[in-house]
Design a protein around this ligand. Sequence first.
Ligand code: ADP
Ligand code: MG
Length: 327
Amino acid sequence: MSSPTSSSRSEFDLIKRYFTGLGNNQFVKLGVGDDAAITSIPAGYELVTTVDTLVADVHFFADTAPELIGYKSLAVNLSDLAAMSATPVWFTLSLAVPEIDESWLQAFSRGLTDLALQYSVALVGGDTVRGPLTITIQACGIVEQGKALLRDGAKVGDGIYITGPLGDARLALELLKGDRTIDKTYLTACCDKLHKPVARIKEGLLLKEFANAAIDISDGLVADLSHVLQRSDVGARIFLDDLPVSDAMRKSVSESESQNRSLYGGDDYELCFTVPTDKQDAMLSKMKANDCVVYRIGTIAREKGLFGVHTDGDASLLEQRGYDHFS
Ligand code: ADP
Ligand code: MG
């Protein structure tokens, strides 16, 4: 884009240096450098598209290490593709930066490259402008025709599963804000959950033949599972005492505080999916054979609403609220 806010010469040099040839994928015919990119889709597949914008001091602290910002900007998009059971193929990057800071750009590009190479996904184009630090990534994936996992397929009786403990990203945020401390043994693991979420691509692809519905958890389990329930026109019961808990969480907060963060924390990027009873054993075997861990946390029910159930049978409707409740 040519505009009074961007000086062409340095803009092109920067794009060449940091955003050309980043990652790679067989379906890219023409990447960065022309007016637009050209990609192809294999016969029998559909294109899955998602976009997420991260704004400094809204979605991340502006002084976060740029490698981590690069990594996470792509990770949150890959997580959406995972939830659709898509194989990521390419992405575009729209980057607004307040100034040209070469060392920042280099590190940002390194973080992005690190993740792009892990998943064989290629950066095919984008835009670079001057403005408040904002990163928009659009990512595309492919899926066999008609096989994408949607939010609207959950059925009464389905088991509800997640791909990992929840709430640690929230705990890390509290640490960074100085609201609490934790044993330093768990510091790295906890902060990695916030800064380097693992996109559950492998799990998402394996789920295709078993799951009725899936979503990735970005706004908190209650908020995101509720989307599935609404779209599928069903209710659910979550076994509160069976929610998986990380070591960092167990050692740092009380059981009820841990449950609170698991239900409402957000920024987790684990998958939440539902599987019919007759496919659960096969799904669990498949996951195990592929070194993937999943946790059963509840059941889809006919009665509308999302209920939290304790081991002693005590059940109550879970309050619908976002993660900002903690702040
Ligand atoms: P135009 O003015 O034709 O829109 P640009 O000057 O914005 O083109 O970009 C030139 C080339 O560099 C295009 O291929 C574009 O996709 C790519 N590009 C620009 N910014 C980025 C970026 N941040 N990441 C990746 N590619 C980029
Ligand atoms: Mg052009």
